[in-house]
Design a binder for this molecule. Structure first.
Ligand code: ADP
Length: 295
């Protein structure tokens, strides 16, 4: 809240300075109409000052927004680390201090395993996001069959969320679609996209996965469509930035770090591909389309 006020203060200050400079300059021009050389010089300086002020204000505003996102990220990561640890500790305490029936004990072990998976996923995501910036990192390149990577990713997400087979439906691609790439990284891309599709689709997710050869060029398009909370038009590009999370209620109710899509985009681009998101708006589902060059 305080930071918002500071941002508004500096924004108003920037705008006031611009207005002041305009008024001063117009007054000055009127007073010096005869002295043309000075006038030209004055106009040049004036343009410089105004540009500087505008750049300064934009920079300030961006910095404040970035620092807000960093704060939100830190909160999210801390939460994602603390919650599973607290839960594991609670179960361990219970196991240590009370008599627990064998069935309950099994159930506790399962919950603790799920919590440690969650912990590991968050830590891995932070590590991968840190590495994603390194341009030179070597890819382990081989010929990868898109159909099989997609099936593996679908299997992993189905078991992660204990989903019935009809929640994520995959249309088998016609023919072999092979690309040159790092199979682990490509799997990460599709797992992240499918994980989001489940996470942001409320109680009854319906997800469709389809890969098809793009008609004209040697490319493959992978579509991952969900029936979830959707994405407002203005956010479709921003969601790929690091730490960025849509600030509406439905997104806030879902935990996350804002790193997943940044990682996805970086991997896709390293493979010479592109990714974009499409949505008809809030509550109307989203589609993520990954474009990759075929062998
Ligand atoms: P996280 O899910 O950890 O917040 P991501 O980088 O994976 O981070 O996603 C960034 C944001 O994009 C999410 O916070 C969410 O607001 C939005 N988003 C991503 N995938 C979807 C989706 N399938 N449907 C609706 N919103 C999505």
């Amino acid at each position: 809240m305080r930071r918002r006020k500071t941002a508004i203060f500096f924004l108003v200050l920037g705008i006031c300075l611009c207005i002041l400079a305009v008024v001063l300059n117009i007054g000055w021009i009127l007073l010096n109409l005869t002295e043309v050389a000075l006038l030209v010089l004055g106009i040049v300086f004036f343009a410089l000052i105004i540009t500087g002020l505008i750049l300064n204000t934009i920079f300030l505003f961006r910095e404040i927004r970035r620092s807000e996102q960093h704060d939100a990220f830190l909160n999210a990561v801390t939460h994602e680390l603390k919650t599973p640890i607290a839960s594991i500790k609670l179960y361990l305490d219970t196991l240590k201090t009370r008599e627990v029936s064998p069935e309950k004990r099994e159930e506790f072990y399962d919950v603790m395993l799920a919590d440690s998976d969650r912990l590991l996923r968050t830590v891995e995501q932070v590590l991968v996001a840190g590495r994603a910036g390194e341009k030179k990192r070597q890819l382990n390149v081989s010929e990868v069959n898109i159909g099989s990577v997609l099936s593996e990713a679908v299997g992993i997400v189905r078991s992660r969320y204990h989903l019935n087979d009809d929640v994520i439906r995959m249309t088998e691609p016609a023919g072999d679609l092979k690309i040159l790439g790092d199979v682990d990284e490509l799997r990460t891309v599709f797992i992240n996209l499918l994980d989001n599709a489940v996470k942001y689709s409320g109680a009854d997710p319906r997800i469709l996965v389809r890969a098809k050869r793009a008609t004209l060029n040697k490319k493959v398009d992978v579509f991952i469509r969900d029936n979830g909370i959707g994405i407002p038009a203005g956010e479709l590009k921003r969601i790929f930035k690091r730490f960025y999370r849509v600030a509406n209620k439905s997104s806030k109710d879902t935990k996350g770090t804002g790193l997943g899509l940044a990682i996805v985009r970086s991997i896709v681009e390293k493979h010479g591909g592109k990714i974009r998101a499409d949505s008809k708006g809030e509550e109307r589902g989203s589609t993520f389309i990954v474009h990759l060059p075929l062998v």
